[in-house]
Design a binder for this molecule. Structure first.
Ligand code: NAI
Length: 289
């Protein structure tokens, strides 16, 4: 199977690894050449760590690397059976990308979005063949997280849904079919996990580290809300909350936080930028507050 992944940031790189591991020929496309290069280097590092831990051998590492190539034009993606978009979480930009992409792929190509929260129906409506569009929502980190939400839009054909579920299952993931509603299942349920933690902090009741500690030690979560937001990326996480808030007609339950907005605006995106709620650079003190 020929797969194209558009956007090779946190999610696109992981999705490409999953597809290549499953034996697909994968092409990764990104508008940012430096990011494309970084993605290739990171894949090499990730796979080398798996070899060190004896999870895979050198032959398997080379096999996965050889299944991935890098593209700088849509024309190079024309033979894809499935395209998975993982670019910035912005509806207008995604719609533009889908409508342009359709001119380059064959009529049978499935076009999927990895959006966390946006309307699949709206993305599909930007295409001439909306029945081929579907949501495939991986979780971070894609190679490790078992669950994948598959989201058919109102326009998606049964055949496309069936093929998608079959493919993702063959990639050894567990599929949950979700309705096309803001945040789908997991991201909607997760909103209060982040928002209430931010409110507790903003009310001066506890600092980031204490809230994270409490949720892990007492709540049994693997990561606290602030660690998790730094892991996801504050830009991505803030945008998802804002989308869900707006899409639910400004229901105050989903109200975003200024604390997170300012961090995102300042470029303190979390692990990927070296600073978020916590510092990740060696030369900075760990606590940001
Ligand atoms: P990211 O910021 O790490 O990567 C986005 C990539 O897209 C960048 O490499 C950027 O250069 C590229 N890009 C931006 N506009 C583009 C365009 N027009 N054409 C081609 N490439 C373009 O973002 P991340 O975190 O990988 O998120 C991507 C998508 O996946 C978003 O829709 C997000 O909501 C979703 N998602 C994110 C998760 C997370 O934990 N970060 C989890 C699940 C879904």
């Amino acid at each position: 199977m020929k797969v194209a992944v558009i956007g090779c940031g946190t999610m696109g790189s992981g999705i490409a690894q999953v597809a290549a591991t499953a034996g697909c020929n994968v092409k990764i496309y990104d508008t940012n050449l430096a990011t494309l290069e970084k993605s290739g280097k990171n894949l090499e590092i990730t796979l080398s760590k798996l070899v060190e831990k004896a999870k895979i051998d050198e032959t398997e590492k080379d096999r996965i690397i050889n299944h991935i190539s890098y593209a700088t034009s849509f024309a190079e993606l024309s033979h894809s059976d499935l395209v998975i978009e993982a670019i910035v979480e912005n509806l207008d930009i995604k719609r533009k990308l889908f409508s342009e992409l359709e001119n380059y792929v064959s009529p049978g190509t499935i076009l999927a979005s990895n959006t966390s929260s946006l309307s699949i129906a709206s993305i599909a409506a930007s295409c001439q063949k909306p029945e081929r569009v579907i949501g495939i929502h991986f979780f971070n980190p894609a190679p490790l997280m078992q669950l994948v939400e598959v989201i058919p839009a109102i326009q998606t054909s049964d055949e496309v849904l069936e093929k998608t579920v079959q493919t993702i299952t063959e990639w050894k993931k567990i599929v949950a079919i979700a309705k096309d509603t803001p945040g789908f299942i997991v991201n909607r349920v997760a909103r209060p996990f982040y928002s209430e933690a931010l409110r507790i902090y903003e009310e001066g009741k506890a600092d980031f580290a204490t809230i994270d500690w409490a949720m892990k030690t007492i709540g049994g979560f693997r990561m606290g809300p602030f660690e998790l937001m730094d892991f996801i990326g504050n830009d991505v996480n803030y945008t998802v909350t804002e989308t869900v808030f707006t899409a639910f007609y400004f229901d105050p339950r989903y109200k975003p936080s200024f604390t997170q907005k300012r961090l995102s605006e300042a470029g303190f995106l979390g692990r990927k930028s070296g600073r978020g709620y916590y510092n990740y650079s060696e030369d900075l003190p760990k606590a940001v507050e």
